[in-house]
Design a protein around this ligand. Structure first.
Ligand SMILES: [Fe+2]
Ligand SMILES: [Fe+2]
Length: 170
């Protein structure tokens, strides 16, 4: 059984991961309606990954004989001015999530909950990867600028992303 503090913090993170999933799904819908099917696909896969993160935490809570409290998911933005704008919002969001995961890790340490700390290692590495990936996409879109052919190629590249359950969530 987890301490109340850890249980609460993990439940808050479930909600944050579901918000992330909703946020990226909203971006996916936005870009689909803008005719950028590849970018929409990339964000759809991103949304699925966030759901997998939430499910991993849920599975962990259950395995520790603790309560899962699914609370309401706050509204998400529905419109972005450009791909660059959405990617910048994505990076800022992932940086925020990194902070949340670090806080969660600190709570686990304070509570001397080493099993939770161990479980969070996957999330720690995942955040490094997430920030790096998005930074790479921002670099590309900065190079492309307003070039239509470049945007066409970028969209095509992002169309190739396929969802697979992240290894640490299996
Ligand atoms: Fe996540
Ligand atoms: Fe993420």
């Amino acid at each position: 059984m987890l301490s109340n503090k850890v249980e609460e913090a993990l439940n808050a993170q479930v909600n944050a991961e579901m918000w992330s999933a909703y946020f990226y799904l909203s971006m996916s819908c936005h870009f689909a309606s803008e005719g950028l099917a590849g970018v929409a696909n990339w964000y759809n896969v991103q949304s699925q990954e966030e759901q997998a993160h939430a499910l991993k935490l849920i599975k962990y809570l259950v395995s520790r004989n603790s309560r899962v409290n699914l609370s309401s998911i706050a509204d998400v933005p529905t419109k972005w001015n450009s791909i660059k704008d959405a990617l910048n919002a994505t990076l800022a969001h992932e940086q925020r999530v990194t902070g949340m995961i670090n806080n969660l890790y600190a709570v686990a340490e304070e509570e001397k909950d080493y099993a939770t700390r161990e479980m969070l290692n996957g999330f720690i590495s995942e955040q490094v990867e997430e920030e790096d990936t998005v930074r790479g996409l921002i670099d590309k879109i900065n190079l492309i600028g307003e070039d239509g052919t470049g945007i066409y190629q970028f969209d095509k590249e992002l169309a190739a992303r396929v969802y697979t359950t992240p290894a640490f969530c299996k």
